[in-house]
Every structure is written in C-alpha cells, then in structure tokens.
Ligand binder design. Structure first.
Ligand code: WQD
Length: 324
C-alpha cells in the first residue's frame, strides 16, 4: 500500500515509517521539522518538508502522492502546556488535523490511522482502562485528540474514509535494532528526563509526588515500547483494508510501572545513580493509568514484544549514549 506519514520525522513517526517500510509499503513523509529531526528520516521514504497549517502544502503533497493510507502523528502533545496555551493546540492539533482530513478526502485516501491518546479518558474511574471507559479529558491536549476522533467518525460516515484511532498510553524506548537515535528536544516525559539527568544535561529529575496510593507512592503508568506501538499502526492498516470497518483501540501493555521503578531500571542499565528530588505532585496527574489492551489483541492480533521495562530503558539509554 502507498502510505503517507504526516509527522514521520518525529519520535513515534520515524519508528512507524521504519515498520511500514520493513513490511514492504511505499512510504512518503510530510513533516515541518518543528520537533521532528532530519536524522530520523530514511532514504527509502521520500521526505517533503511542509506544514499541516498550509492547506495548499498538505493537499499538494497528498494529491501528488495519492496514497491509499495516511498516518497522522503531527500534533503537539504536552498536556501541561495545552492548559496554558489552548490557542496553540486549537490551531495545530484541530485546524491542522482538519486540513489533513480535507486533503485526504480530495486525494481519495481510503484509510486513516490517527495517533490518539489515553488522555482522552481523563482521570480513570476503573482500572485497567478499556475503550468503554468514559472519555472526559482533563486537559486541553486530551480534548483536541477526542474532538479529532469525533471528526473522523463523521468523515467515515459522510466520505467513506475508514479510520483507526490508536489511544497510546505512555510511548517509550528506542528502536531495538538501533536504527533511530534522534533525541526529543526539551522533553517533559519521565524517561527522557531521567536520561537527561543521567547524562548531566539537567541537574536532577524532579519526582512529582511520592504520596500517591500506589505500590511505592510514586505515579504508575503503562509504558509501551515504540516498536510495539509502530507495529500497532501497521496492523491497523491491515485491519482497515481487511474489515473495512472503523476502529478505536488502546495501545498499552496493562503493566503498571512507577517512577521509582523507572529510576531503578535506569540505574541498573547505566551503572550510574539518577540524581532526583521528590517535590510536589503535578496538577492533573492521576495516581495510576494502565490500559486494558484486549481489544487490540482480539481485533488486530496485536501484542507487545519489547515493552518490558528493561528493554525500554536499555534501548533508550543506548540512544542517549549514541548522542553523547
Ligand atoms: C509519567 C509519570 C509523572 C516527569 C503524558 C501525556 C499523555 C501521553 C504520555 C501523549 C507521572 C512522573 C514525569 C517528571 C515525574 N502523551 N514524572 N517527573 O503524564 O503519564 O502522560 O505523556 O499521548 O497524553 O499526558 O507522562 O512522562 O509526563 O509522566 O515525576 O519530570 O512520571 O508525575 O507519574 P504522563 P509523563
């Protein structure tokens, strides 16, 4: 299949491009390099630099390529920032996504795979979280993802654009074959911040609270290796082509890991102490957020292969060392 990956120079985007290429798809990448990196690009996938905020740029790209499939991973994802700058998230995440959707319709695209998020659920009412859980996002970032899922439902009904919305839990790790090593600029997520503390790029990790109702008091999350995540995108296309039905699934591994568990794994992998300090809780953080991935397993045949914490941490540490 010909597949356009919008945001394909990014962290998850580049791993998804690699997976699609490995499966023999013809891939082209559209990215504005605002957070994506040229070093994450592959020679086998033609790259077009452009912005999803330019209706002309995105429709020229899709009309020239005329792919059967589109993967959309071009969004801002900092939950905290979205509460301070909702206008930035409205324009980039919502207007940008509508530009892609309209361009996809005009270019006759059939299958649309969308990078959604566990943030669509908001604070968990039960655990593990399955796709029937209420969707009451607690931050504007999560709301933008949920609203785009709503547009996708309408475009499927009105324009026959089949979609799969993949609700990521905590994406982490780096390519197990070491083919991708681009580091996120100014990360906010836990594992890259731990790596920056280990490599001296930042003085210390601030642990946002150790008084949660979890096994060791620190926040528990469901970390999914980015190779497993990328495979979920490829299997979503296979599902859409085979079943011609829409899909909304969680991609997580239903394994809860705490901040202190991550710190210990990072110290084991690096042989160094992680400098950290316990501080106040971060507003909006739930104590624990863990996925029920059974629907993805049943419908896609998807299951995690690399999402054990040691593989996640060891592959991340290797990528950070490659950049020293
Ligand atoms: C993980 C744990 C923090 C940083 C966010 C988005 C979500 C998704 C994944 C895109 C929590 C703790 C973190 C730090 C810390 N993104 N932490 N010190 O908040 O679970 O989810 O990223 O889809 O939508 O909201 O990820 O990595 O920020 O936090 O103690 O410097 O680590 O409190 O318990 P989060 P995170």
């Amino acid at each position: 299949m010909k597949i356009a990956v919008i945001g394909g120079a990014g962290y998850i985007g580049s791993h998804t491009v690699r997976e699609l290429l490995d499966r023999g798809h013809t891939v082209k990448v559209f990215d504005n390099l605002s957070s994506g990196l040229r070093q994450n690009l592959f020679a086998e996938a033609e790259f077009v630099e452009g912005d999803i905020l330019s209706e002309k740029a995105i429709s020229d790209f899709l009309n020239d390529f005329s792919p059967e499939g589109v993967v959309h991973l071009a969004a801002f994802k900092a939950a905290g920032e979205s509460m301070l700058l909702p206008e930035k998230y409205s324009v980039n995440n919502i207007t940008g996504s509508l530009n892609i959707l309209n361009a996809a319709v005009s270019a006759g695209v059939k299958y649309f795979v969308f990078s959604s998020s566990a943030a669509t659920y908001g604070a968990p009412k039960y655990m593990p979280v399955d796709e029937n859980h209420p969707t009451e996002p607690e931050n504007y970032y999560g709301y933008t993802k949920l609203s785009i899922e709503g547009f996708l439902g309408w475009y499927s009904k009105l324009k026959n654009l089949r979609f799969a919305a993949l609700r990521y839990f905590n994406a982490a790790g780096y390519d197990v074959n070491g083919r991708i090593t681009g580091l996120e600029k100014n990360p906010a997520n836990l594992i890259p911040v731990v790596m920056e503390a280990l490599t001296g790029k930042r003085k210390e990790l601030l642990v946002f609270g150790d008084d949660y109702d979890t096994h060791d008091g620190t926040g528990v999350r469901d970390y999914i290796h980015v190779n497993d995540l990328a495979r979920g995108h490829a299997e979503a296309f296979e599902y859409l082509e085979r079943e011609n039905k829409d899909l909304i699934v969680n991609l997580g591994v239903s394994q809860g890991t705490s901040v202190l568990d991550i710190i210990r794994a990072a110290e084991k992998a690096s042989g160094k102490k992680v400098p950290y300090r316990i501080v106040e809780r971060r507003p909006g953080d739930p104590a624990s957020l863990v996925a029920n991935p059974n629907k993805a397993f049943e419908l896609l045949g998807w299951k995690a292969k690399y999402s054990d914490i040691d593989t996640i941490i060891e592959t991340t540490w290797r990528a950070y060392q490659a950049n020293l």
